[in-house]
Ligand binder design. Structure first.
Ligand SMILES: [Zn+2]
Length: 471
């Protein structure tokens, strides 16, 4: 079993972890802090994931349970209750109708916030508008289409605007934390389908240097025809606009936005931005895919990070065909964790590496989101071959045991076998070459790009196929 291999790995790397205490700080090379604080059994049961789920997050992660996680009817109905419970009430206030824009056409940037609506800006509580506004739809909106057959959709009320059924538009979200005169609204793309259905939200670039998600969201949304869509899709290609502009993972206060959800209205800068996003947009979603990439010069095979111990989330992952799914229970403050806590089915989609636009990774992301929408009954695809399933992985990192320059002999996605040499670390001064061996049979689902590494650096993320839930 995977976790036995992890145990061996931990034993193998422990002496080196002690060594690197005296070395320059490399965050993921740090020894697990829990080694002296938590029971040893907990430490060895945890797979180490890179980037958004870094070593510390994973130390807090629950191991995946052995029993397949098909949701029971009871669990699903509970989850449905949870999903329905926290939805805020409809706002009776009339809102402006969003212009219908063909997203494929070139258009000016979205206008800043609609006229200031205190109910939306200041107190997003029960007075907030929600995704669906029906009987109270404002008089100045178009009449509801009277279509028989599939249920006609309602207006989508978001960010102070009403998006009519069968239209798409560009809105703008402002977290209200900037200097007012310099405030830059963040574009939000919305497609409200002509028929009723779930609301899928796509968030990208919560870490400002992770770029593939921007293009994944663009391609996914610009291909949607509102006349053929059931439900709605809300895309925020660049959540962390200040970080994006500076090429930085973090917010201007050096905080990681993806550790502050659902946020607090009176907390730190990150808390406030998180709160604004969560209350104004995320709470209106039924499903959420938060798109990331590897970090710290690591790259990821396109993969989902999902809490497979949560039956509703486990079921949700089945919609992403062919995608690798890696269990991670998530940490407090992550967007997907906060969203799951309020009943929104959520996963993180990891694709590629930071600072880059990678066509192959983008294509995989777009394909899996298209598949998801099809599985959720939102669209129908003309050509579907079979019913490909995601591939579920348990995973473990292989660390470099020596410092030097890492040269990989394997490629991302490669199948590897136990004992195989994955790469070498070359010491530029002594000319010594240290091979790094695979600790298991499996597939490279994430890896460091060639670079200078210190002993303990997590270099290869090896996935071993696990049982498909429910089979
Ligand atoms: Zn990220």
């Amino acid at each position: 079993m995977l976790f036995y291999r992890l145990k061996m790995l931990t034993a193998l790397t422990t002496p080196f972890c002690v060594l690197i205490l005296a070395m320059p700080s490399v965050s993921l090379a740090d020894p697990p802090k829990s080694s002296s604080q938590k029971p040893a059994i907990q430490e060895i049961l945890l797979a180490e994931l890179a980037d958004d789920e870094n070593v510390e997050d994973v130390e807090r992660s629950e191991p995946r349970r052995e029993v397949p996680d098909m949701p029971s009817a009871e669990a699903l109905s509970k989850a449905e209750e949870a999903a329905q419970a926290p939805k805020p009430k409809r706002s009776p206030k009339p809102k402006k109708v969003a212009p219908n824009i063909d997203l494929k056409e070139v258009a000016p940037a979205p206008t800043p916030e609609p006229p200031k609506d205190p109910a939306i800006q200041e107190s997003p509580s029960t007075e907030e508008p929600v995704a669906v506004a029906d009987a109270d739809a404002p008089e100045d909106t178009a009449p509801e289409p009277e279509i028989k057959g599939p249920q006609p959709a309602k207006n989508l009320a978001l960010l102070g605007s009403e998006v009519l059924p069968g239209t798409s538009t560009r809105l703008a979200w402002s977290s209200g934390i900037q200097i007012a005169g310099l405030s830059q609204p963040t574009p939000v793309l919305v497609v409200n389908g002509v028929n009723t259905g779930p609301t899928l939200c796509l968030t990208g670039t919560i870490h400002g240097d992770e770029l593939n998600g921007i293009e994944i969201i663009r391609q996914t949304m610009y291909d949607l025809d509102p006349e053929k869509l059931s439900g709605s899709v809300v895309g925020i290609p660049i959540v962390n606009l200040p970080g994006f502009q500076q090429g930085s993972r973090y917010l201007p206060d050096r905080r990681d936005l993806n550790r502050h959800f659902p946020g607090r209205p009176n907390g730190s800068l990150a808390d406030r931005i998180a709160y604004s996003l969560f209350e104004n947009i995320i709470r209106h979603c039924d499903m959420l895919v938060d798109i990331h990439t590897g970090s710290l010069k690591r790259t990821n095979l396109p993969q989902l990070r999902a809490d497979m111990n949560n039956p509703t989330v486990a079921e949700f992952t089945r919609g992403f065909d062919r995608m690798a799914v890696v269990h991670s229970s998530g940490s407090p403050g992550m967007l997907r964790t906060a969203a799951v806590d309020v009943g929104i089915r959520s996963v993180t989609l990891e694709a590629g590496e930071s600072h880059r636009i990678q066509e192959h990774q983008i294509k995989a992301g777009v394909n899996s989101l298209t598949s998801l929408m099809e599985k959720q009954g939102m669209i129908s695809r003309m050509f579907v071959w079979g019913d490909p399933q995601p591939v579920y992985y348990n995973s473990a990192w292989v660390r470099a045991n020596d410092g030097g320059i890492l040269f990989s002999k394997v490629k991302l996605g490669a199948k590897v076998s136990k004992g195989q040499i994955l790469g070498y670390v070359a010491d530029p001064i002594t000319n010594a070459q240290y091979p790094i061996h695979s600790n298991s049979d499996g597939r490279i689902i994430g890896m460091a790009v060639d670079q200078v590494v210190m002993a303990g650096f997590a270099a290869y993320h090896i996935g071993t196929e696990a049982k498909v839930p429910g089979e």
